[in-house]
Design a protein around this ligand. Structure first.
Ligand code: SAM
Ligand code: SF4
Length: 435
């Protein structure tokens, strides 16, 4: 029996899909990349913006025909949109076999067992779970939910309040991923650096994961600016396995908008934080999320976002058009016309892309340590994707001379000799022209 998974949304959803896949594999199912080959279709949905939800729902609609083509086929819908619209989904798509909201992902194992009405035999387990996986870079969820209430955001409603996994459980999961072939671990949570469990804080966890056997690189996403403490910065700067790269959502460069969004920091505080991090980690990469067209955003507010992008020179960024989410406080604020939001989105994107390209060009001529993820592709410690001129076995860390910059990737030539941990940071930073 085979299953196919389609994932919409963020890395949390990718990690949830991986977790659910492991449960299906433990029941003897095998993952396929071909929907026609599958008996179980799992659609993991996103509801952060209306567009993501619409795309998932139109795919679910098409699955009625897919299901009718072969008897015994099952359709499972999971994730944030499933949490928000369970009754609607049941009414509109009565052919669905199972709906699992984001808050219940941890019960998926039990639900899947009931749905499939079978346990794996010993032979199936051997067949379905190979000792070595193909994920060089793996995600590990350390917490679920969010205690914030940013006024635009649906996440706290569909994922609930924060729950933290224990350090022991996280380290056991890291060891599992390493056994399956991972060399890079990305810790995941909605405000990942607010992690706490007993006496342990996020910096302690970072250190523990970094010193786990077989872990060469550690990243984390999404941190919240409020919890980027001096201790976290120092840990990043001094523990060699932790990559000097951060995706730190800012949302807006206008203090009036940050206040209306209930983001508990000011532009000045964010800028100061970036200064501190760059001082501790010269050559680090910094990326961000920005929302344009938030209710009440004036041209002056928007200009402040553009000026902050210029000032901070982000390495890349995701620019989102504000999307009204029913039930959030901002849903009651008067909206801008779509055309205005579109126009600001285009202007903001142009600026972010221009700076991102210029920053990638600055890397040309430097030598980077690249962890090979597949065939000719790998990533630098600063999370830039590199196309390497020759084929290298996945999971090797190789020295690559950057020879060119494309729109989304760097081009590079393999240099002789692999790298050791000790020279990672020193060599990365000395070859880089910092802003
Ligand atoms: N927890 C993370 C944080 O606070 O930075 C981000 C989680 S959210 C799933 C990912 C991004 O989606 C946010 O950083 C924000 O830019 C964007 N986003 C969330 N709600 C949105 C909305 N209603 N409209 C547009 N973008 C939104
Ligand atoms: Fe949403 Fe804000 Fe929580 Fe991030 S911190 S998930 S944007 S409520």
């Amino acid at each position: 029996m085979k299953f196919f998974v389609r994932t919409y949304g963020c890395q949390m959803n990718v990690a949830d899909s991986n977790e659910m896949s492991r449960h299906l594999q433990a029941r003897g199912l095998v993952e396929t990349q071909d929907p026609d080959d599958a008996s179980v279709m799992l659609i993991n949905t996103c509801t952060v913006r209306q567009h993501a939800e619409d795309r998932a729902f139109s795919e679910i609609g098409r699955l009625k025909r897919w299901k009718a083509k072969k008897s015994g086929r099952k359709v499972v819908v999971t994730g944030c949109a499933a949490e928000r619209t369970k009754e609607y989904l049941e009414d509109r798509f009565p052919f669905l076999d199972l709906i699992v909201g984001a808050k219940s992902i941890e019960s998926f194992e039990h639900m899947a067992e009931q749905l499939l009405d079978r346990r794996a035999t010993d032979e199936e387990l051997d067949y379905a779970m190979p000792a070595v996986g193909d994920k060089v870079a793996a995600f590990v969820t350390i917490m679920r939910g969010c205690n914030y209430s940013c006024t635009y955001c649906i996440v706290p409603y569909v994922r609930g309040r924060e729950i933290y996994h224990s350090v022991e459980r996280i380290l056991a999961e890291v060891a599992d991923r390493v056994r399956e072939g991972a060399r890079e671990i990305t810790l995941l949570g909605q405000t990942v650096n607010s992690y706490r469990h007993g006496q342990h804080r996020f910096a302690d966890l970072l250190g523990a994961v970094a010193s786990s056997d077989g872990v060469d690189r550690v990243r984390f996403i999404s941190p919240h600016p409020y919890y980027m403490s001096d201790r976290v910065i120092e840990t990043m700067a001094t523990v060699p396995q932790i990559c000097e790269s951060l995706h730190l959502p800012v949302q807006s460069g206008s203090n009036a908008m940050l206040k209306a969004m209930a983001r508990n920091y000011t532009r000045e505080q964010y800028v100061e934080l970036v200064r501190k991090m760059r001082e501790a980690m010269p050559g680090m990469s910094l990326s961000t999320d920005i929302i344009v067209g938030f209710p009440g955003e004036t041209e002056e507010d928007f200009q402040q976002t553009l000026s902050m992008i210029e000032e901070l020179q982000f390495d890349w960024g995701f620019i989102f058009k504000y999307s009204t989410r029913e039930g959030t406080p901002a849903a009651n604020f008067p909206c801008h016309p779509e055309s205005l939001v579109e126009e600001r989105h285009r202007r903001c994107l142009e600026l972010v892309d221009r700076i991102a390209f210029a920053k990638r060009v600055q890397l040309v001529g430097t030598t980077q340590d690249v962890l090979v993820e597949e065939d000719n592709f790998g990533r630098t410690r600063t999370n830039h994707k590199v196309h390497i001129n020759v084929n290298v076995a996945p999971s090797e860390v190789v020295r690559v001379r950057i020879t060119g910059a494309q729109r989304a990737t760097l081009e590079g030539e393999l240099q002789n000799g692999n790298v050791t941990f000790e020279n990672f940071r020193q060599e990365d930073s000395s070859g880089l022209i910092c802003p």
